[in-house]
Structures are given as C-alpha cells and as structure tokens.
Design a protein around this ligand. Structure first.
Ligand SMILES: [Zn+2]
Length: 317
C-alpha cells in the first residue's frame, strides 16, 4: 500500500499559503481532503488537471468540517459522482446549504462574494455521514475519523496510517500556521467555538501519536512524533492564552449593555483595538511580517474571533 500526498495551495483570500486542499494518490485512485471554496474551484480544477486528473475522477471527498474554506466546493465535486464524507451534523447543510450560506454571509460580510461564493447543494445520496472512529475507504486507503470539536462542534481530523507513519489531516483543530513564521493563529469563529472541547481534542490528537501533521491552513508542519507532539503543545499554549484574553474581552463587551446599544458598539471597537495590540507583537516576535499581520490577523480575523468568543462566553461565563 503506497500513497503520495500533495498539498495544493488553492490561493484562498488571494494569498499564498492561506489554505490547502490535500491531494492523495492511493493504490486505487485519487482522493481529496477538503475542497477549498467555490471561489477557489477554478484554481483547484487547474491544479488537478496539471496532475492529469479530472475532478470527476475524485470518487471520495473527505471533509474536516463544513466551513466554506474547507467544504465550499463540495457541491462542485458532487456534480460528478463523488461521495462526500462529513460529520453527521454537517450532512443537512451540504444537502441544503441555505442556512449555512446565510450564516457565512453574516460572518464574512463584504469578503463573502469575492473569497467564498455559494456552496452548491449536494444530492442526498452522495453525502455520507461520518461518526467518530469510523474508517472510510478512499483511493484504496483507510482513513479514520477522529472527532475533534472546539473550533467547530462538527469537526473531524482524518488519520491515515502506513507502516510507522501516522498522517493526520487536522482541518482547523491545530489552528493556522501563518506563512513564513512560527506563529500559530487560533481561529475561534461563531457559532461553535468551544475552548474546553478544543483542549480535549488536542489530547485526542496527541493520543494518535501522529508523525505528519497536515494543516489545511499551513500545510505539513511535522514529520516525526517528537515534532508533532511539540507542535500540539504549542497549539495548546496558544489556545490557552488566546481563550483567556477572549474571555476577558467578551466579559467587558457583554457587560457594556444590549447588543443594539451604542455602548456595546463602543466596547466592541475597543476590544478589537485591544485584541490587535495584544496579538500583533506576539505574531511579530514569531516572525510574522507587518504585511501578513494585516492580512491574516487584521480586523476581519479579530472581529470573527470576538464574535465566536461572545457566542461561547455569553452562555458559558
Ligand atoms: Zn473552520
């Protein structure tokens, strides 16, 4: 059983290194982990064609979760015969994306049309619900789903074992490795961010004793068990400091008044300012350029994280 894994940079957000789709060639064909967005579909299609592969040859598409940067082009594959494997909570949203798209438009605002685009519905028979521990056979390889909530409730990592290698496609469960730096950014979007569940998920990932960690946002981050363990430890430290700050900022915003009030809006703007002042020096110290600070950790990112924190901490103070 041999295989080859390639990270395909799909040019998400028009940025190099912002998001990958993983192309895996196995003994019985090709499979992908993640689909990219509808907006990056042409780029993905081109990169598949360059490998001599037509999208209709992708019989199985494995998704880590249904956020549009991971699953936004799932329906494009389903327009062929592809089976789409996703957490059971994600199934109805792939069949009928109306609610998901409305919520994505709210989260992404003016970025939506340009960088995301609409997820096409996937016909019900082609969407397959995955549960924790389930083995999915794709391209002649066995992928095990590891339920890893925290960034999203309906999140799976996918484990592919071969000899003494354990490759894990972690989705967003290990954050975002900002390109050309050592900085791990923690994305905490609404509505399912849950820092406590996330910490347990990190332990689940440690327990798989991974060698290769494939981040959707950052690509291959380790190729030994020692390096993988160290990386997960760093993610945990970042998660803990980020959650502590977010909890404090969320408490101030929540205490400021009703959501519609001017006081709330003022508190939100102040929190955005404070968050950036806290985050950017850390990122710079880890090698993030000023340009990438603005692109990866700017208002858009900070606002999204605060919305996720407000959602979580308003019910889990
Ligand atoms: Zn996500």
């Amino acid at each position: 059983m041999t295989f080859q894994i390639q990270a395909i940079d799909v040019g998400y957000l028009d940025l190099a290194g912002a998001a990958n789709v993983f192309f895996i060639e196995g003994p019985a064909g090709f499979t992908l982990v993640e689909s990219g967005t509808a907006a990056t579909w042409p780029a993905l299609e081109t990169q598949l064609e360059q490998r001599g592969v037509h999208p209709t040859q992708i019989m199985d598409l494995l998704l880590t979760h249904i956020h549009l940067d991971h699953a936004g082009a799932a329906g494009h594959f389903a327009a062929g015969d592809s089976r789409v494997w996703v957490h059971s909570f994600g199934v109805p949203h792939l069949i009928n994306p109306t609610k998901l798209l409305a919520s994505s438009r709210r989260v992404h605002g003016e970025m939506y049309e340009r960088f995301y685009g609409d997820l096409w519905p996937t016909p019900e028979p082609q969407v397959l619900a995955v549960s924790d521990g389930q083995i999915v056979s794709a391209a002649g390889l066995a992928f095990r789903a590891i339920e890893t909530p925290g960034h999203a409730r309906h999140h799976h990592a996918w484990l592919l074992e071969h000899a003494d290698e354990r490759h894990v496609f972690v989705g967003d469960a290990l954050g975002i490795a900002v390109p050309n730096s050592n900085f791990i950014s923690i994305p905490t979007p609404p509505p399912e961010f849950d820092p406590l569940a996330w910490k347990h998920s990190l332990q689940r990932l440690r327990d798989t004793a991974p060698t290769h960690l494939w981040l959707t946002h950052g690509g291959l981050q380790s190729s030994t068990t020692a390096a993988a363990r160290q990386f997960i430890d760093r993610v945990q430290a970042r998660l803990e400091e980020e959650s502590a700050l977010l909890q404090r900022l969320a408490a101030v915003i929540i205490a400021s008044g009703a959501r519609e009030s001017d006081a709330y809006q003022v508190a939100l703007s102040q929190a955005i300012h404070e968050y950036k002042n806290w985050l950017h020096p850390k990122a710079v110290a880890a090698g993030v350029s000023a340009q990438n600070n603005a692109k990866f950790l700017g208002d858009y990112f900070v606002r999204m994280n605060l919305q996720g924190a407000l959602r979580f901490y308003s019910t889990n103070a």
